[in-house]
Design a protein around this ligand. Structure first.
Ligand code: 26V
Length: 813
């Protein structure tokens, strides 16, 4: 059935009629998508059941990856690819008059994430299943994903992302596996056999209902599970009896407040209520997930002291860090363990990844909020803090300042990263530089105390989605040249290096790139009515909008190019198309202002006949996984230009590299490791190094105003932000940006690095003028990208942190 086109067509047509009451002639693209999705779900059902049954029977150790974000994007194409039936289905549909790509477009993007952190979780799930590791995701089934972005008059407008509107073909609701999560209430202490017992009474109960999404491995016969929890009202019969909900409006209030828990990803946290809701979400995820894990573990009928032998729990950043006190609570209050034993079990089970050093992104929660919402959990955190500080006091009698510096609770705030480090057995950074900085700065005293806990796991991306699926032509060319080994062993891509000077291969690579550019150009023409030159350099910066990522530096440089062309319209210029896509956090005004600036510059540049054959600027709205899949294969240049030391790793950098784009970048995050492989011949480095940035932060010595005064072209573009002219329609239009540079002294060193950035851009123009040489660099990039497959990363997590093993489906019962 899986690989027989004729059979596929017959079954497909039957299903269309029986399920939708439609004939092939009357079917819409939406119908085709629905039937195809349903068929795949049905086909994987058996393997899904088999995988789960075998995990249980063989008592394999399982890893549960807890994350507040899972940016999985669309699943149809990837599922077909991983099942090995992409071609059969593609051809079958073509016979029936449908183009698979068009059908894939019917699927809403599951945008349950914001950026790299959520996409990493999704890539990891793909690698776990493909490498036959027993690993599952645990997240929240947000009714609305990250907002849908529209650009109206150059401004970002946020609309709700109602991705579930048309129902999701992949998910399976498992009502029978729901669990109850408790909020509020009061803790009562009683004595039992001489020991205190803690009961939380009068709490508000909420059902956590799981929705399971199958995670299909590539040619692995493994189907793991992404379990997403949805909040639903739970009405305790005793509450109904006492007349609590006699009033209809109170019942509605309760229902509303419960449903809001899984309504939005990142609810607005500018108010107290918003902050509280985020905390509720985090505990909801942790409590539901832990209860679920323990319920599965109970089936093994083992002592809980064996939990770390059978279960690994990983927390993706600190959002799910309440798994630590929650596991402690259940082990002590419900399973009867004492503190020390519960602590040993918990810390041996949990591991943690840090994803940022930015102090504003390190989470803290006010004591009073946690104490009220989660009284028993708070008691446990307080006890953790007391014991930890006691230990520190003994150890650092001579350096008491370390105690307050390292405490979990300080100034009535709970520091979630400290809780995570103290309550887990492994803490990892996501690129070598990031881990080094983590150990040397933010976490220095913790690294001194627990050196064995800290380790590095450089991020990775799944080459199945980011090369095989999104750039199938390139993938096929690779197969033709080095065979298909690389698919299971992506490091084998290195063999491509031997083709770097092969003229025929170079031409094929360039042809594929040009086709991808044409495809993107068609999309741009359709969306914005703008024609772009496929022979111009496609220079791309797509990622969250943030000061440290320095989209501002990029657009200031574009303004400079515009000025240069206007000054000398007949001079030679290598044509460039600058492409941006980015969402800004709704409350981040500076970021929104940068989006506006990009759009204003785009409008001016694209409409100016003197300029627009040499320069084009595009801002593509609503950046998402599927848009990334369209843009990245078409890029010639990848902009990875963060202030050194700020980007923990970056994963977009790896995706571009894998698709043959050349990077212009700083020595930041995983760029450093890319550079180690690529060298100066195949990458365009510029700007401050992280040590230099650190030095400036520590000792000062940088004045943005000096650069502004001393470099005329820089002064000119900065002035253009506020003085009416081509980019500024009214006086001081971009004052916020202007001030961030000159009044707040350019926190991210945009002006400092601008000149060296411009020089690196000029070097790119030079290189592009030699197509053979450019193709050769592009080939080396693709060849070296296998190192950044998430398969390698997952093997390292499995061996060094989780201690899990690959299963053999051939041994399955
Ligand atoms: C969060 C926030 C929230 C408050 C305002 C400022 C701010 C800035 C950054 C963040 C990021 C939180 C964590 C995160 O998403 N880190 C990203 O994780 C990726 C996967 O490890 C990594 O590649 C990116 O470099 C890192 O930024």
């Amino acid at each position: 059935m899986f690989n027989n086109k004729e059979l596929f067509k017959t079954v497909f047509k039957e299903q269309l009629v029986s399920r939708l009451g439609r004939s092939m002639e009357d079917a819409t693209a939406g119908d085709i998508y629905k039937i195809l999705g349903g068929l795949i779900r049905e086909w994987v059902g058996q393997e899904w059941a088999k995988t789960n049954q075998n995990y249980r029977v063989q008592q394999e150790k399982q890893i549960y990856y807890f994350s507040i974000e899972f940016l999985i994007g669309r699943l149809l194409g990837n599922n077909l690819l991983n099942l090995g039936i992409l071609k059969t289905v593609q051809d079958g549909l073509l016979d029936l008059g449908w183009d698979l790509e068009q059908i894939e477009e019917q699927e809403p993007d599951a945008g349950l994430g914001n950026g790299g952190l959520g996409r990493l979780a999704a890539c990891f799930l793909d690698s776990l299943a493909s490498l036959k590791y027993p690993g599952h995701g645990c997240g929240i089934r947000y009714k609305y994903g990250l907002f849908e972005q529209k650009i109206v008059d150059g401004d970002q407008v946020e609309l709700p992302d109602n991705w579930l509107q048309k129902s999701c073909v992949w998910e399976e609701q498992r009502l029978d596996e729901r669990v109850e999560v408790c909020f509020w209430g009061r803790v009562e202490v009683r004595e039992k056999n001489g020991s205190p017992v803690f009961d939380t009474v009068n709490c508000e109960k909420v059902w956590a209902v799981p929705y399971d999404v199958p995670i299909i491995g590539y040619d692995s016969s493994i189907v793991n599970t992404l379990r997403l929890w949805s909040a639903q009202p739970s009405i305790d019969p005793s509450v109904i009896k006492s007349g609590e909900f006699n009033r209809h409006d109170r019942f509605l209030d309760y229902t509303r407040s419960v449903e809001s828990i899984s309504e939005f990803l990142y609810p607005d946290d500018s108010s107290y209520e918003g902050r509280l809701l985020r905390l509720k979400q985090q505990y909801f995820l942790c409590s539901a997930g832990i209860q679920n894990i323990l319920r599965s573990f109970d089936k093994l009928e083992l002592s809980y002291t064996k939990l770390p032998d059978k279960v690994a729990i990983h927390i993706n950043d600190t959002h799910p860090v309440l798994v630590i006190p929650e596991l402690m609570r259940i082990l002590m209050d419900e399973k009867g363990y004492g503190w020390d034993e519960a602590w040993d079990i918990t810390t041996r089970t949990v591991s943690y990844t840090n994803h940022t050093l930015l102090s504003e992104a390190l989470e803290t929660w006010p004591v009073h909020m946690v104490r009220e919402l989660l009284p028993r959990v708070y008691m446990i955190i307080e006890e953790m803090n007391k014991r930890f500080c006691g230990m520190l006091l003994e150890r650092y009698a001579d350096r008491q300042y370390l105690v307050s510096q390292m405490a979990i609770i300080e100034h009535d705030q709970i520091k979630m990263a400290h809780l995570a480090v103290v309550g887990s057995h492994s803490v990892n950074g996501v690129a070598e530089l990031h881990t080094k900085l983590l150990k040397g700065s933010v976490m220095k005293p913790f690294d001194d105390l627990f050196p064995e806990r800290f380790n590095n796991k450089t991020n990775g991306i799944t080459h199945r989605r980011w090369l095989m699926h999104s750039n199938s032509k390139l993938s096929h060319l690779i197969n033709e040249s080095i065979g298909t080994e690389w698919i299971k062993h992506p490091q084998q891509l290195l063999q491509l290096k031997s083709f770097k000077d092969d003229a025929a291969f170079q031409e094929q690579i360039m042809n594929i790139k040009r086709n991808n550019k044409l495809r993107l150009a068609a999309y741009i023409a359709q969306k914005q009515g703008i024609t772009v030159d496929p022979d111009s350099i496609f220079d791309v910066q797509v990622k969250r909008l943030h000061g440290y990522k320095r989209q501002l530096m990029n657009i200031l440089h574009v303004m400079h190019l515009y000025n240069e062309i206007k000054d000398a319209p007949t001079a030679d210029h290598v044509p460039r198309t600058f492409i941006f896509a980015a969402k800004a956090a709704p409350g981040y005004l500076l970021a929104k202002s940068i989006i506006k600036l990009i759009n204003v510059v785009a409008d001016v540049v694209n409409k100016d006949p003197e300029v627009n054959s040499k320069l084009k600027v595009l801002f593509l709205e609503n950046y998402s996984v599927s848009l990334a899949e369209r843009i990245i294969p078409a890029a010639n240049v990848s902009e990875q230009i963060s202030t050194a030391g700020k980007e923990a790793s970056g994963t977009g950098n790896m995706k571009f590299m894998m698709n043959g784009a050349l990077t212009i970048g700083t020595l930041d995050g995983a760029n450093v490791e890319m550079y180690e492989m690529l060298g100066d011949d195949n990458m365009f480095l510029f700007g401050l190094r992280s040590e230099e940035v650190l030095e400036f932060y520590k000792h000062g010595g940088y004045l943005a105003r000096d650069v502004y005064e001393q470099e005329p072209w820089i002064k000119r573009v900065i002035d253009q932000l506020v003085v009416p002219g081509p980019f500024c329609t009214y006086d001081r239009e971009f004052e916020l940006i202007f001030q961030s540079i000159l009044e707040h002294n350019d926190e991210y060193f945009v002006l400092y690095d601008l000149d060296s950035y411009a020089k690196a851009q000029a070097a790119i123009n030079e290189a592009y003028l030699n197509p053979q040489d450019w193709a050769s660099k592009s080939i080396v990039n693709i060849a070296c990208s296998g190192r950044f497959s998430s398969d390698g990363t997952i093997h390292q997590y499995a061996e060094d942190i989780w201690d899990i093993r690959q299963v053999q489906p051939s041994n399955f019962v």
